[in-house]
Design a protein around this ligand. Structure first.
Ligand code: F6R
Length: 357
């Protein structure tokens, strides 16, 4: 039930710190180590390449997961949109494993790929939020995201839970391959949950941002580099699906290759900056669009912030920033939809679970 909340989406955004803390208790054993089924462990240890298959928001979580895996394990990862996979079948490695990421576990496009790869005898791991769902039943292995029922059509807590489980799986995989990690994952996840809470308590600030940047515009751009680019894609999807503002996320470096032509006086641009190595480049992108009249809202992270940035998110481990940087973007989408009188929980033309291809 919604309880005191006006919308499920707001409730589900607020539940995210709790969902991360719950995952810590579910995936940590008594002596503080990662608890994952031995057969999943074995499969992840043997594979020479991971193929992540998903749609929409789950695909965006997959992009974050790829970067996490490749940063901390030595396993290459490809991420594919389920509906495109069978047309553009990639050349497979000799011992692939497929990871299907799906909140509902019912998405027909993803299931279509699962059915095909099972015919060829490949192994599949389902990462879903619904135990007993089709994808989890039909896969060889399954991992639960434990986010609890997600009712709003726009996915929020499932996304952050997917990323957290991917971080746990990647850390476990690294350990089993003899790679020493220089951070304590569960500790960092706990800190990320605290940081999420801090931002969730800044709703008034986000409302102000929406008022200032999005009250009249019909479009909005999200820019970021490295993992911030992937989070920007998700921020743009959230905004378009519930507020109907045309939104696009793209890599900061791509601006000059075309999109900058669309920037005019007053165009809202939401820029993300959580990765120290891209600081100089993203700040010059911001200058470039401002010089063309853009109305820039820069969301940065403590440690690399500037006093003029519109919102500064608390410091978190560089691998886990999406868990926290997505919160203001989810809230921006929520308030933009609310101000426009849109049906936040049930946007037009969309279904929670897409069971047709
Ligand atoms: C966006 C959204 C969709 C889903 C997509 C995949 O907010 O909810 O993009 O992420 O339809 O759904 P699942 O994860 O259930 O496979």
């Amino acid at each position: 039930e919604k309880g005191p909340y006006p919308h499920y989406m707001l409730k589900e955004i607020d539940e995210q710190p709790f969902a991360i803390r719950k995952l810590i208790t579910k995936y940590q054993n008594d002596i503080g180590e990662i608890a994952i089924d031995e057969d999943i462990r074995e499969a992840m240890k043997e594979t020479d390449r991971i193929y992540i298959i998903a749609c929409g928001t789950s695909y965006h979580a997959g992009l974050v997961g790829k970067q996490l895996f490749e940063r901390i394990t030595n396993v290459p990862v490809e991420v594919h949109i389920a509906s495109e996979f069978l047309y553009n079948r990639p050349l497979l490695s000799s011992n692939p494993i497929f990871i299907f990421i799906s909140q509902s576990g019912e998405t027909a496009d993803s299931r279509g790929v699962l059915v095909e790869i099972k015919k060829s005898g490949f192994r599949a791991l389902a990462l879903t939020n619904v135990p007993g769902s089709t994808l989890s039943r039909e896969s060889d292995y399954t991992l639960n995201t434990y986010a609890g029922p997600e009712i709003a059509v726009a996915s929020t807590k499932a996304y952050t839970a997917q990323i957290a489980v991917l971080a746990i799986l990647a850390s476990d995989c690294a350990r089993n391959r003899g790679i020493q990690l220089n951070f304590d994952l569960f500790l960092e996840l706990g800190l990320a949950a605290n940081a999420m809470e801090i931002l969730i308590n800044k709703k008034e600030k986000i409302e102000e941002i929406v008022w200032k940047y999005l009250s009249v515009s019909r479009n909005c751009f999200f820019i970021g580099r490295s993992v911030d680019y992937y989070v920007g894609l998700e921020g743009a999807l959230k905004l378009k699906e519930i507020s109907y503002i045309q939104a696009e996320g793209f890599a900061g470096g791509e601006l000059k290759h075309g999109t900058i032509a669309l920037i005019e006086d007053g165009t809202p641009v939401i820029a993300l900056l959580t990765q120290p190595q891209v600081k100089g480049n993203i700040r010059s992108n911001v200058q470039e669009v401002m010089a063309r009249g853009a109305n820039v809202c820069l969301i940065s992270m403590e440690g690399i912030e500037d006093k003029n940035d519109q919102l500064v998110i608390p410091y978190i481990h560089e691998y886990l920033t999406p868990l926290v940087s997505i919160i203001p973007l989810q809230l921006i989408a929520y308030y933009a939809a609310l101000y426009r009188g849109c049906d936040v929980d049930k946007p037009r033309n969309l279904a929670k679970s897409v069971t047709v291809e």
